[in-house]
Design a protein around this ligand. Structure first.
Ligand SMILES: [Zn+2]
Length: 241
């Protein structure tokens, strides 16, 4: 098992080796050594890891209870306001640092391999970004996370099989029900008929807050393929969700 993980990590780092990394720690701004990437060893050790005891009964799974059935639910970290996780995700989304998604994806993939998922998911499905946002940003941060996960656990990423149909207005001013409706109406599914019966897919996102986005994606999948088993893996869970 450890040999497999070691090999997977080497492959993953090889894939990243051509990228020019920022020279100071995203967490504490200290200058990074040549062996550090994005975070210094201190900030990396200090990440608020979620460490759920169970992947079938925890805060992520609870959040989706009665909304969509979840096989496994897990996150890498708990979201700490004004902390390192928030800064990493801010750099990932707004500072044109897609490599941070791949970096976080390696940890998420390692977590999927080492925690009791029983088997890695058959496919990874990044939560889609609205096409206009993707043009502005240049990439979908969930695609980058999924790419990093794939480097470690080798489950293929299904890119572009789910599309947002319309631009969801900023969700921050909506209540949970409005967010639900907003998310639920805006996903279009393609090519799911080719997936094997009872395929196990992991929906990948950066942060879970209300869970409305993942619920929308999950419901859109189940509407065309009710046999598909859905798991959830995100970089962070906002605790006040
Ligand atoms: Zn640091």
């Amino acid at each position: 098992m450890f040999l497999q993980i070691h090999k997977a990590m080497i492959k993953a780092y090889e894939a990243l080796s051509h990228i020019i990394f920022p020279s100071s720690c995203v967490g504490c701004q200290r200058e990074l050594t040549i062996s550090e990437q994005f975070l210094c060893l201190h900030c990396e050790d200090d990440l608020p890891l979620a460490r759920f005891d169970s992947l079938r009964e925890n805060a992520v799974v609870d959040l989706f209870f009665g909304r969509i059935p979840i096989e496994y639910g897990d996150v890498f970290c708990l979201f700490n306001k004004k902390g390192t996780v928030q800064r990493l995700l801010h750099y990932l989304k707004y500072m044109r640092q897609p490599e941070i998604g791949r970096y976080l994806g390696l940890f998420m993939g390692l977590q999927i391999l080492t925690r009791p998922w029983e088997e890695p998911p058959d496919y990874l499905i990044p939560v889609p970004l609205h096409p206009r946002k993707k043009i502005i940003r240049g990439y979908n941060q969930a695609d980058e996370l999924a790419f990093g996960i794939q480097r470690v656990c080798e489950s293929p990423v299904l890119y572009n099989m789910i599309r947002r149909q319309k631009n969801t207005s900023s969700q921050t001013k909506l209540n949970r029900w409005e967010r639900y409706l907003n998310a639920n109406e805006s996903y279009e599914i393609e090519n799911f008929e080719n997936l094997p019966f009872r395929a196990h897919v992991a929906i990948i996102d950066d942060v879970i807050t209300t869970g409305a986005t993942i619920e929308g994606v999950g419901q859109a999948i189940l509407a065309v393929r009710p046999d598909i088993r859905i798991s959830v893996m995100a970089a962070a869970l906002a605790r006040n969700a």
